[in-house]
Design a binder for this molecule. Structure first.
Ligand SMILES: [Zn+2]
Length: 84
């Protein structure tokens, strides 16, 4: 059940309707990244990637999408649309 209504903001895979912008996998991963950033506010993306075992590019995208700021939806945060 469930219609695929949009693509995950992070990995761009089609996902079912949900109150979130990301698929379950990415939600879990972004949670890990967010927690890590909270504990280590000044790490580089490389370090985050290593510590969380999430690919560099994905961590980069999370940060770019503003996940570290608490997943708020403001229009000015998202200037770079990743259309692939
Ligand atoms: Zn995803």
């Amino acid at each position: 059940m469930g219609y695929i209504v949009r693509n995950c903001r992070l990995c761009a895979k089609p996902m079912e309707a949900s109150p979130f912008m990301m698929c379950t996998t990415c939600l879990m991963e972004s949670d890990r990244v967010r927690n890590y950033i909270l504990k280590h506010p000044h790490v580089s993306i490389e370090q985050i990637s290593e510590a969380t075992q999430i690919p560099f590019e994905k961590v980069f995208r999370m940060v770019e999408l503003g996940l570290s700021k608490g997943n708020t939806r403001s229009n000015d945060t998202i200037q770079t649309q990743t259309a692939r």
